[in-house]
Design a binder for this molecule. Sequence first.
Ligand SMILES: [Zn+2]
Length: 332
Amino acid sequence: MEQREILAFAGGDFSRLIPGFAASGVRPEVLAPGVLRLFATAARPAGSLLLSVGVHGDETAPIALLAEILTELAIDGHGLAVELLVVVANLPAIAAGKRFLHTDLNRLFPPEGKQAGDEGERARELCGLVEHFFGVARGRRLHLDLHSTIRPSLFPCFAIIPHEPAAPEARLLCAWMDHAELPALVFSQGGTRTFSAFSARACAAAAATLELGTREVLGHNRLAPLATVASALRRMLREGLLPPPTEARAQRFRAVREIVRRNRDFALNLPPDAPNFSTFSRGERIASDGMEHYFAQEDGERILFPNADVALGARAGVMIVPFTGAALVSRD
Ligand SMILES: [Zn+2]
């Protein structure tokens, strides 16, 4: 795929894709900048799927991956088995090659009150479009929000599944993850304001944030490591939403607490380049925050998204532990 096609898609310009869709019988409609609705060609659509990329503007591999998948879909003539909404989320941040311009968009679903800057307005717009898309949906609703991590990970691809008791079909979603050969799934704690948590909470969608590789320069992405995820996404678009449950392959984890930086005098007990999923043994110090210290409470506790350099009051890491519980989503 040509670099300029990826860059056009990353800028929310779908004009190169639209003629191909029209020719292959898939009706396209641009709903807003960076928001493309594609109507199913199947007589009985398998459900409604939201695929979002670029919520963080510097996480580029998923943008290139989705551009490639949609380009293939537009020219292969196999049609579309699902109602599809494509969102290239934070266009100004993508253009600037930054995570965000004013506020982290992935903490704004929904925005609270009058949120300053572009991101608050964009979050409000996306919430409305997504609520409408899922509001008229028949059958299954699914949202995959595609990201990349800042630092390398011991599991190069993994999913974060928001703990939202209202969200159905988490088991089927996990089955898809197993088909996609994602090596790790993390069940997050409730109450977050990420894009996928919003779809789960407000739209009763089965939703997940997928972390696919690490940050790269847009247009110079290595998509080969994402091949199994890409083929699972292609199958989803052509054949339907979710395959039957399979033997659980991915390692499962659940988030147990966040490390929040409260003091200027803050340090993580990790090398600066330590990967995601770095492990602590019981009693080992995880972080020092002023006079307070965090210690691992059990063997095999791991850290996700470690970052000692965050603002005061912000999250400096998420602690996770292996999860073997039968119930994937608590309904109490
Ligand atoms: Zn991200």
